[in-house]
Write a protein of this length. Structure first.
Length: 461
C-alpha cells in the first residue's frame, strides 16, 4: 500500500458566504497601475484580483461575530458591548483598564501624547510607521534597539524580534533613564518580517526597564501570533495554552496599544490597555478629544462586540495553526523555487527580498516599490512595499532613511483565501522572478509629508 504523508492541520472552518473576485487583463492592469502612480495603495480594490496588501481590517468574521453585531448596543454612553470588550481584554490580556480607540494609531496617539516630552527618547524593537510618527509628533526620538539579526533577511535566528539588551542599556547610560519616555515592544515585529520576540527576552526587557523606572508599552497588535511562535519554539512553553502565554507576555509590560484589525479578526477597532490608574485617567480625558467618549472610542457598539468575540476566537490554537500554517505553506513553496524571502517565515506575511530580485537597482530606484508593481502587472495580485519608501525621511536632516531591508510584503488576511489562491500567488511571484533582469525601476514624482508610502506617486524609468 502506498504511504502518504497526512496533513497535520486544515482550516478549522467552512465557508458560508462568498465574495466574487474580478480578473483583469494585462492591458487593463498596465493602465490601472500607471494611473495609480505605481503605488499599490492607490489602486481601486475592484482592479485587484488577490489582495495581499495587508492583513489589517481585511479578515473574514465568523458567524459568531456577525451574530454579535446584531447585539450592538448603540447607546452613546455605557454600551453593554464596551463592558463585554473590557471583560475580554482583562481576561485575555490581563490589563486593568481599557480605553477603546477607532484603530491602533488612535491608541498610539494617546499614549505618545501622554508619556512623551519634547526631546525624549523612545527605544523600540524596530520602528513601525504609524507608531514612530506619533512618537515624533509628540516630540520624541525613536531609537532602534532590535538585535542585528533582524536586519538580515537570511539570518534564521528563531526570535528575530528580540531586543538587544546591550543596545538598550547603552542608550540608558548615554541619555539617562529620565530622558526615556518608555520602550515600545512589538510582538510580532512587522517590519522585520513578522518575527517573534521570545518570552525570555520580554522578561529581561521588563526587568531592565523596571530597574531604571522606564515604562514598557507593548504593541499587542499580533501578540497572539507571537504567542503561537513561543509555544512552538521556546523551551518550557510547549504545553501552555495560547491564553496562558499571552497573559505572561502582557505581564511584562505596563500598557498596550492594539490594532484589533489584525489578530482580533475584525474590520475596524483598537484599544489602549493600561495598568496605571493615573495614566488611565489621562487617557480617558484625552480619548474624548480625539476618538469619542471613553466607552466607545470612535467605535460602534457592534464593532466592540465583534472585537470582544474576536479575542476569544483569535487565541484558539487551531485557528493560529491554520493562519500561520497558510503563510508557511506559501513561504516553503517559494523557498523550494529558490526565491529570496525573509527567513524564518513570519506570522502574517511573506516578505520578498527586493534587493535580491533586482541587484541592478540602487535603493533610490525603489526596488521594492518596483517589485510590487511588477507583481500586480503579472497577475493582479496586490502586495505592499516595505523598504525605503516606507522608511521615510530623518526628521532632523530631511534625508531618506536607507533601511537594510528592502522588502515586498505578501500579507495574508485571516480566513479569506484558499490554498488555490496561495498557489496562484506562488506561480505569479515565480514568473516575476524569471523576468527580473530587464526591470529598470521607478522615479518618485510626488512625496507626501507624512507616511509617504500611502500616497506617493512614481513613474517608470
Ligand atoms: N499595520 C499593516 O498593514 C496597517 C497600516 S500601515 C500599512 O501592517 C503595528 C505592528 C501595525 C499597525 C498597522 C499598527 C497601526 C500598529 N502596530 O492600522 O492604526 O502593524 O489599526 O494600527 C498595518 P492601525
Amino acid at each position: 500500500m502506498k504511504q502518504i504523508q497526512r496533513r497535520s492541520w486544515a482550516e478549522p472552518f467552512k465557508i458560508k458566504s462568498v465574495e466574487p473576485l474580478r480578473m483583469t487583463t494585462r492591458e487593463e492592469r498596465e493602465q490601472t497601475i500607471k494611473e495609480a502612480g505605481y503605488n499599490t495603495f492607490l489602486l481601486r480594490s475592484r482592479d485587484v484580483y488577490i489582495d495581499l496588501l495587508t492583513d489589517s481590517g481585511t479578515n473574514a468574521m465568523s458567524d459568531f461575530q456577525w451574530a454579535g453585531m446584531m447585539l450592538g448596543d448603540e447607546a452613546y454612553a455605557g454600551s453593554e458591548n464596551y463592558y463585554n470588550l473590557e471583560k475580554a481584554v482583562q481576561e485575555f490580556y490581563g490589563y486593568k483598564h481599557l480605553v477603546p480607540t477607532h484603530q491602533g494609531r488612535g491608541a498610539e496617539n494617546l499614549i505618545s501624547q501622554i508619556l512623551i516630552k519634547k526631546g525624549d527618547y523612545v527605544p523600540g524593537n524596530m520602528y513601525f510607521t504609524t507608531t514612530r510618527l506619533h512618537q515624533e509628533l509628540a516630540g520624541g526620538n525613536f531609537v532602534d534597539v532590535i538585535i542585528d539579526e533582524a536586519h538580515d533577511p537570511q539570518n534564521t535566528f528563531p526570535f528575530k524580534g528580540n531586543v538587544d539588551l546591550q543596545k538598550y542599556e547603552n542608550l540608558i547610560k548615554k541619555v539617562g533613564a529620565e530622558k526615556i519616555a518608555y520602550i515600545t515592544i512589538g510582538a510580532t515585529v512587522n517590519m522585520a518580517g513578522g518575527q517573534p520576540i521570545s518570552m525570555e527576552n520580554l522578561r529581561a526587557v521588563f526587568q531592565l526597564s523596571q530597574k531604571n523606572k522606564i515604562k514598557v508599552v507593548f504593541d499587542a497588535t499580533r501578540a497572539m501570533e507571537n504567542a503561537f511562535f513561543i509555544k512552538k519554539r521556546e523551551k518550557g512553553y510547549e504545553n501552555k495554552t495560547i491564553k496562558e502565554i499571552l497573559l505572561e507576555m502582557c505581564s511584562y509590560s505596563d500598557a498596550a496599544t492594539m490594532s484589533g484589525k489584525k489578530d482580533l479578526l475584525v474590520n475596524i477597532g483598537g484599544f489602549l490597555a493600561i495598568n496605571d490608574d493615573a495614566i488611565f485617567e489621562e487617557a480617558r480625558n484625552m480619548v474624548v478629544i480625539y476618538e469619542g467618549l471613553h466607552t466607545y472610542g470612535g467605535l460602534a457598539g457592534r464593532d466592540m462586540e465583534a472585537m470582544a468575540r474576536g479575542i476569544q476566537e483569535a487565541c484558539q490554537l487551531d485557528h493560529l495553526q491554520a493562519r500561520i500554517g497558510q503563510v508557511e505553506y506559501v513561504g516553503n513553496r517559494l523557498l523550494e523555487l529558490g526565491i529570496p524571502i525573509v527567513t524564518p517565515i513570519g506570522g502574517h506575511a511573506i516578505f520578498l527580498d527586493a534587493k535580491k530580485f533586482y541587484p541592478q537597482l540602487e535603493q533610490l530606484k525603489f526596488p521594492a516599490q518596483t517589485l510590487a508593481a511588477e507583481l500586480y502587472l503579472d497577475s493582479g495580485i496586490r502586495a505592499m512595499e516595505r523598504g525605503i519608501v516606507s522608511a521615510g525621511r530623518n526628521k532632523e536632516t530631511g534625508d531618506h532613511y536607507y533601511p537594510k531591508l528592502e522588502l515586498v510584503r505578501l500579507t495574508f488576511p485571516r480566513r479569506v483565501y484558499t490554498q488555490a489562491h496561495c498557489d496562484v500567488t506562488v506561480e505569479s511571484v515565480y514568473e516575476v522572478w524569471q523576468n527580473r533582469e530587464s526591470v529598470k525601476g521607478l522615479k518618485m514624482i510626488y512625496e507626501p509629508k507624512y507616511l509617504r508610502f500611502f500616497q506617493a506617486r512614481f513613474e517608470k524609468l
